[in-house]
Design a protein around this ligand. Structure first.
Ligand SMILES: C[S@@+](CC[C@H](N)C(=O)[O-])C[C@H]1O[C@@H](n2cnc3c(N)ncnc32)[C@H](O)[C@@H]1O
Length: 267
C-alpha cells in the first residue's frame, strides 16, 4: 500500500520501524493489534490510509540542511537566473518534499537577502509534501528551540523569527513568500507552472527505481530549459531518465541542459 500510494518502499529490514510508527495510529483509531489495522487498511478506509501514510513518512529536516546545497543555489543557480530572467523579473521555485517547511523558508531567507521583491521581482515559491500535518506545520511557521538550533545561524534566528515562549515563529514577511500545499509526487504535476528551480532532496531515496525515474522525468518536463534541480548530496540523477547534467564541484546540483554560461557570485 505504501509503495502503491506513496512510492515508499518498506523492506523487511524496516519491520521494526513499521511497528513503532503504527503504534500511535492503532491507538488513535482504536485497533487492538496490527493484524486488525491491516485488515481494515485493505478495505481502503481513506482516513486510515492517510494516517498510515503520514505515520510512515520520515520528515526529518533542518534549516539550511546540507549547507553546501544552499550555497550552490545562492552562488551558482540564482546569479545565472537573475541575468536570464531580467526581462520578466519572475522566478518559480518548488520544494517538492518540504517536510515542515525548513527548506522553503531557508530559500526565502536567501531570496530576501537579495531584496528581489523590493526590486520588482515576482517570486513563486511552492512547498509541497505528502504529509498534511507537515504542511500545516509549515503554514503555521512555528518551530521548537531544537529545530531552530539545527543549522540556523543566530543572526538569522534573531532577524527571521520572533520568540513565542519556547518556540520561534517565522516573520510574516518570509511566511508570505511561501505557498504550501499537500501534494503527492506520484500525482500529476499539471497544477504547477513552468519552473526555474526544483529542490527534491532526501525523498527520492525512499522510492523504488521506477518511481524515482518517473518523478525525475516529470520534473524535467516542467523545468525551464536552463532550470536547475537540486537533490540531496548523496543522491544522484545523472545517467537516469532524461539528460540532467551534474555541475562540477557542486554535489547535488544538476541542470536540465547545461546553461551556456554559469555565473558564480564573487565573494
Ligand atoms: C526526509 S524528508 C526531506 C525534507 C527536505 N526535503 C530535506 O531534505 O530536509 C522527506 C519528505 O518527503 C515526504 N514524502 C515522502 N513520500 C512522498 C511523496 N510520495 N510525495 C511527496 N512527499 C513525499 C515526506 O513526507 C517527508 O516530509
Amino acid at each position: 500500500m505504501m509503495q502503491r500510494r506513496a512510492g515508499i518502499v518498506l523492506t523487511e529490514k524496516k519491520s521494526h520501524l513499521v511497528e513503532n510508527r503504527l503504534g500511535p495510529v492503532m491507538r488513535r483509531f482504536g485497533f487492538k493489534d496490527t493484524a486488525s489495522l491491516l485488515a481494515e487498511l485493505r478495505h481502503g478506509h481513506e482516513a486510515l490510509v492517510q494516517a498510515v501514510i503520514e505515520a510512515m513518512t520520515t520528515n526529518d529536516s533542518a534549516f539550511f540542511r546540507d549547507r553546501k546545497t544552499f550555497d550552490e543555489f545562492r552562488d551558482i543557480v540564482l546569479p545565472s537566473l537573475l541575468v536570464a530572467r531580467a526581462s520578466t523579473k519572475r522566478l518559480s521555485i518548488w520544494c517538492a518534499a518540504c517536510a515542515a517547511g525548513q527548506e522553503a523558508y531557508s530559500l526565502a531567507m536567501l531570496l530576501d537577502d537579495r531584496k528581489l521583491l523590493a526590486e520588482g521581482w515576482t517570486i513563486d515559491l511552492y512547498a509541497t509534501d505528502i504529509n498534511g500535518q507537515m504542511i500545516a506545520r509549515g503554514e503555521e511557521g512555528l518551530y521548537s528551540q531544537f529545530e531552530v538550533q539545527r543549522g540556523l545561524p543566530i543572526r538569522r534566528l534573531l532577524t527571521c523569527f520572533t520568540q513565542e515562549g519556547n518556540s520561534w515563529r517565522i516573520t510574516p514577511h518570509l511566511r508570505r513568500m511561501v505557498t504550501f500545499r499537500k501534494f503527492n509526487l506520484l500525482d500529476s504535476f499539471g497544477w504547477l507552472p513552468d519552473l526555474d528551480v526544483v529542490f527534491c532532496r532526501n525523498v527520492l531515496m525512499y522510492f523504488d527505481q521506477k518511481t524515482r525515474l518517473s518523478v525525475i522525468d516529470r520534473i524535467a518536463d516542467i523545468l525551464a530549459p536552463d532550470g536547475a534541480l537540486l537533490v540531496g548530496p548523496a543522491e544522484s540523477v545523472a545517467g537516469v531518465g532524461v539528460g540532467f547534467t551534474p555541475v562540477e564541484n557542486a554535489p547535488g546540483l544538476f541542470y536540465k541542459a547545461r546553461p551556456v554560461q554559469l555565473l558564480r557570485r564573487a565573494g
